[in-house]
Design a protein around this ligand. Sequence first.
Ligand SMILES: NC(=O)c1ccc[n+]([C@@H]2O[C@H](COP(=O)([O-])OP(=O)(O)OC[C@H]3O[C@@H](n4cnc5c(N)ncnc54)[C@H](OP(=O)(O)O)[C@@H]3O)[C@@H](O)[C@H]2O)c1
Length: 241
Amino acid sequence: MAALARSVLVTGSNRGIGLELVRQLAASPQPPQHIFATCRDPDGPRGKVTSPKIPVNTVDLPSIRRAVQVVESCLEGQGLNLLINNAGIGSHATLQPETLKRVCINRAWVSLCQEFLPLLEKAAKGAQKTGLSCSRAAIVNVSSKVGSIGLCLGVLEAPMYPYRASKAAQNMVTRCLAAELRDKGILCTAIHPGWVKTDMGTEQAPMTVERSVQGILAVLGSLSQETSGAFLDWEGNSLPW
Ligand SMILES: NC(=O)c1ccc[n+]([C@@H]2O[C@H](COP(=O)([O-])OP(=O)(O)OC[C@H]3O[C@@H](n4cnc5c(N)ncnc54)[C@H](OP(=O)(O)O)[C@@H]3O)[C@@H](O)[C@H]2O)c1
């Protein structure tokens, strides 16, 4: 199987889905040459990834800008192929005055896209291939089915207003970015990982993180211009917006 991409950056990679993405990418038969495993506190008790240590707090623009510099110098003139916006926080809040603030926290990944865009553009331009793919240049946003407006009436059991609203907004921005970046050779897709046993998903979730990430990585390897701007689950099924 061909390498997914030469360089990959994952946010929130100290635990949960982000950590497993990094583990499986590193263990793949043809691993990326560069895996940038970022998290907000690499030296903290949950900082399981060792090298290179790139602290990225997605709500802290200076930390994102410092990370861009580190990544750029590691890539030695090459672009970044794949940005996976995985970091996120769950919330079971109902409609409260605090809601908007929490929606903003999950919206912070937009800054990641803006700041890493020049490196993604460089990868797209420098690629020896046309069309859209994760091996050329791509933004993958880890979204959630509970952010689907179309499916909302089917998932009434948990309020999660801020979380759902932030993921719905993320889906819309994914779609806009896909349209805007298509001509620059950059793919942009939203992926629902399933309900997964992580701190966020809880032990009640039916799926292991290993199984979810196996599926996600297989889907990422299959993405193309047809699926840029799509909302897919970990098995590649299309989800309603
Ligand atoms: N698990 C599920 O069932 C499920 C279902 C649908 C979608 N998702 C999505 O999948 C993604 C990963 O979720 P998960 O289940 O792996 O959750 P998790 O185990 O709770 O991990 C969340 C990760 O996000 C990081 N994070 C949170 N806020 C951050 C910030 N401001 N800056 C940098 N990192 C930050 C956390 O870092 P710290 O350790 O520093 O807090 C942690 O690494 C999320 O986007 C989530 O919405 C999960």
